[in-house]
Design a binder for this molecule. Structure first.
Ligand code: C5P
Length: 229
């Protein structure tokens, strides 16, 4: 089966804003990510529309709640027929285990976790009482995610190499923060080119603005795929 590495982040406020771009893209070029904003606005109907068009969807809702609630939410998300969903590793071992039990290993829907939000720096970490550097916390939470049997984590491309070595080749690494060597970085700080990210061990690349704001998004996807071939 064709397994495109690009996941285009549909960071749009409504289905009306997102669909013109989707119309230009093709499922053999990329997958699609729907996050909290678009899902809250457009709901399961949009997911159905995207999957009906043949796209595999990463539903990026980052569940974080008591184990029972997260398990039920994961089931409801998987029932939408999405390819990937995620939870917060900070929800802890019981929550992660409950999520895994709801979406057993080998299900059609992959279950991954967010470790530490990349927006958090040392002062945020100290504020909430966590110990260690961001790098140490990311590794600890990724290891916990792996121990609980989840399929992988979202991580910075700059962390991918280390996590790949620590957690093995089967553990799925999904990396945002992808930019072209000659492009603008927007608000992303820890960035990498698509090829560098894959060489560092990323399986999938979440890419937003470099594709969504491009004049020709299909050609950008094709160029990226060519650099990964
Ligand atoms: O436009 P850009 O390529 O920066 O979009 C990156 C996407 O990845 C956005 O949807 C953003 O919310 C998401 N993301 C991220 N960093 C994380 C987790 C998710 O940029 N640590």
């Amino acid at each position: 089966m064709h397994d495109p590495r690009i996941i285009v982040a549909l960071d749009f406020p409504s289905a009306e804003d997102a669909l013109p771009l989707v119309k230009k893209l093709q499922p053999d070029l990329c997958r699609l990510k729907v996050g909290k904003e678009l899902f809250t606005a457009a709901g399961p109907q949009l997911i159905e529309k995207l999957t009906h068009q043949g796209f595999e969807v990463f539903l990026d809702l980052k569940f974080h709640d008591i184990p029972n609630t997260v398990a039920s939410a994961c089931k409801a998300a998987a029932n939408l027929g999405v390819w990937m969903i995620n939870v917060h590793a900070l929800g802890g071992r019981k929550m992660l285990t409950a999520a895994r039990a709801a979406i057993p290993h080998g299900s059609a829907t992959k279950l991954i976790a967010v470790t530490l939000l990349t927006s958090m720096d040392q002062s945020d970490i100290t504020d909430i009482g966590l110990q260690g550097s961001p790098e140490q916390i990311v590794e600890r939470l990724a290891r916990l995610t792996s121990d609980c049997g989840l399929d992988g984590v979202v991580c910075s491309p700059l962390e991918a190499n280390h996590l790949r070595q620590q957690l093995g080749s089967q553990f799925c690494l999904v990396t945002p923060g992808i930019r072209f060597a000659d492009g603008q970085s927007d608000d992303q700080k820890r960035i990498s080119t698509p090829r560098q990210a894959i060489l560092s061990g990323a399986h999938y690349l979440v890419i937003g603005r470099p594709i969504t704001q491009a004049i020709n998004p299909v050609s950008v996807c094709q160029q990226i795929n060519a650099t990964l071939a």
